[in-house]
Design a protein around this ligand. Structure first.
Ligand SMILES: C[S@@+](CC[C@H](N)C(=O)[O-])C[C@H]1O[C@@H](n2cnc3c(N)ncnc32)[C@H](O)[C@@H]1O
Length: 380
């Protein structure tokens, strides 16, 4: 794909277009979607400002969210099946949803992507505590369901910066040069027989039922470099310096509140997208959001130098996306947006027919037939 792509139309059409016309089967490394949450409401925009509640009586409808219950699950499932076809073997999908319908979506996604490919149910803290009177606890979170296509996805381990408090808690000691550090045991549970980690180190054996965390030669090297601290009772521990750690592992509770004055209803915090894009895609990846709204994902992909594809059926969404994307001016490090804009007018049943025809074509192709014969595969 030479250019990024913005598509105005229903995403069933859009996804079929990507599979059939753009031939992107297995080519997309990352999908983030934030579909409607089956709230039963309409989301409006008044004088260029989005309302933050559904069913506001004022303004123009940016999008409706009226498909509910099992119809909603089916609506998503149809789209996820196409998304799975588009995902590369190292691909990932992140689906943003709320606590009311999220668990049903999880069960359906387990079936589409395979429960073995489920990675996380990320809790996203979306707002400050609420004090509305209601029976039930205040709701400050929604969820992001994360699946990979296979067991070998793109994974660029993200790190979170330590806070001053973290430094004090995790690295409580200071050496003569004033460097903060902590110490960890150099042995771990389990015994190895005649292994390299079960020999004497400085005349001592690992405690009973344990083995050295590494071979004795490495322990000797650490000791030479002053990286072993010996307690007054002769117990050795490894020194870990705070300034050599890149940060702490990111956990599955993320606090990213959404913009207070959104340009589009339910516009998401772009820091969420920066984190997802940097973790689960590379510079040569294509990032897809087929419920793109105001283009938060697309702008983040652009500023992180990825190619992107956005789809939305709302005119307001397309307008908001173009405005957002055009704010990326481009400089030495970030490319200026360069994208194709496509308006789709196909009907959904036409798309279905085109998809079926294209699948038949693939099944009847010489290559697939040869594979079928070679491997004795039975096609239903
Ligand atoms: C929750 S909003 C996405 C907001 C977005 N994440 C942002 O930060 O601006 C959901 C979007 O999905 C779009 N949408 C709903 N059903 C669709 C469909 N069948 N095809 C394409 N877009 C659809 C709506 O128009 C709406 O813009």
């Amino acid at each position: 794909m030479k250019k990024s792509l913005l598509i105005h139309g229903d995403n069933i059409e859009g996804l079929s277009y990507l599979l059939i016309d753009k031939k992107l089967k297995g080519k997309i490394d990352l999908v983030y979607i934030d579909p409607p949450f089956a709230t039963g409401g309409n989301f409006t925009i008044t004088n260029g400002r989005a309302t933050t509640i559904s069913n506001s009586r004022n303004g123009n409808i940016a999008y409706t969210d009226t498909i509910k219950g099992k119809d909603f699950i089916e609506f998503l499932r149809e789209r996820l099946i196409l998304i799975k076809e588009l995902l590369s073997e190292k691909g990932s999908i992140y689906l943003h949803i709320d606590y009311k319908i999220g668990h049903y979506v999880k069960v359906m996604m387990d079936k589409v992507f395979g429960i073995e490919n489920f990675r996380n149910d990320i809790t996203r803290v979306k707002c400050n505590p609420k004090n509305f009177d209601r029976i039930g606890f205040g709701n400050v979170k929604d969820l992001i369901l994360f699946y990979t296509k296979s067991s070998n996805p793109i994974w660029n381990e993200p790190r979170e910066k330590y806070t001053e408090k973290d430094f004090e808690k995790l690295f409580p000691k200071t050496d003569r040069q004033g460097r903060r550090y902590t110490t960890v045991p150099i042995h771990a549970p389990g015994e190895t027989e005649n292994g390299k980690s079960n020999r004497q180190f400085k005349g001592i054996m690992p405690p009973q039922g344990r083995h050295w965390r590494t071979d004795v030669e490495t322990l000797e090297q650490w000791d030479k470099e002053g990286l072993i601290e010996w307690s007054s009772t002769g117990n050795p521990r490894k020194i870990i310096y705070a300034d050599e750690r890149e940060g702490k592992r990111v956990q599955d509770i993320w606090e990213y509140k959404d913009p207070q004055y959104p340009t589009y209803p339910t516009e998401k915090n772009s820091d969420i997208l920066d984190l997802i894009i940097n973790t689960s895609s590379n510079a040569d990846s294509i990032v897809l959001d087929c419920f793109c709204g105001s283009g938060t994902t697309l702008k983040s992909a652009q500023t992180n130098n990825r190619k992107w594809i956005g789809i939305d059926q709302s005119e307001y969404a397309i307008k908001a996306t173009i405005e957002k994307i055009e704010t990326v001016e481009g400089d030495l490090f970030i490319a200026k947006p360069n994208y194709e804009f496509v308006v789709l007018k196909d009907t959904i049943s036409n798309c279905q027919q085109r998809l079926n025809a294209s699948r038949k074509e693939v099944l009847n192709s010489k290559e697939v037939q040869q594979e079928v014969q070679k491997n004795n595969i039975l096609l239903k």
